[in-house]
Design a binder for this molecule. Sequence first.
Ligand code: SAM
Length: 245
Amino acid sequence: MIRKDIIVIGAYVIIMKINKIHCMDCIEGLKQIEDNSVDCIITDPPYGINYKSNHYKGENPHTPIINDDTLFIPMNELKRVLKPTGAMFIFFSHKVPLVDKDLKNVIIWVKNNWTAGDLYGDFGNQYECIGFIPNKEFKIKGKRYSNIWNFDRLPADKLKHPTQKPKSIIRRIIQVASKEEDIVLDPFMGSGTTAVVSKEMNRKFIGFEIEESYFNIINERLSQDSLSNYTHNKHSTTKKYGTTK
Ligand SMILES: C[S@@+](CC[C@H](N)C(=O)[O-])C[C@H]1O[C@@H](n2cnc3c(N)ncnc32)[C@H](O)[C@@H]1O
């Protein structure tokens, strides 16, 4: 029988299962991925914004994000698993800048509206940054865009996760940076936008999410999107990191 949930590259088998979300600390999970085996990394790491929205009338309904007080990127591990032809796209905020010697460009995501914030002492924030870190042999697939991208954000009442990204912007990244059947990795899945779009675009995915309540949301989204073979693969390691259950 041919196993479709593990990957064979050359003589190696990648132990980490593909097309699954792993409810665990990505630091542990990444260790199980083979060197030079991932085509595209899209990630939105916790980055110190401790999300609040004025759209919520009462309590913020979302679970606080773990590791949200610093920019938390296991960069060495991400570089280790990325193929020489691959590229990384990392969301970050101007408040916690991304500093890396291989940062080649910063894509500015311009949103359709801006935050209220400090009404009298600051300008409304209407953008987010995406750090572009390609490996040497990476080539853009298809159309070449500028580094200013306009995509609508999701309305607050539609969010399943406080920093959920719209599928449209993830689709753009996957389109320019991968081909069908390529492997897309997102070590900080949140509500699973990268997984859902990867599946829709016929890419393989590997994902980690440490917080069990968000892990459940991902699986709910994947099953709603008729991805019924993307089942739970829960690891006991989540408990020691203080997840909700
Ligand atoms: C900014 S959110 C990602 C949101 C996502 N882009 C989306 O569209 O929903 C970052 C996520 O990383 C998770 N996280 C934090 N530390 C982690 C770790 N060490 N391993 C795996 N996930 C982690 C948080 O629980 C949070 O859900």
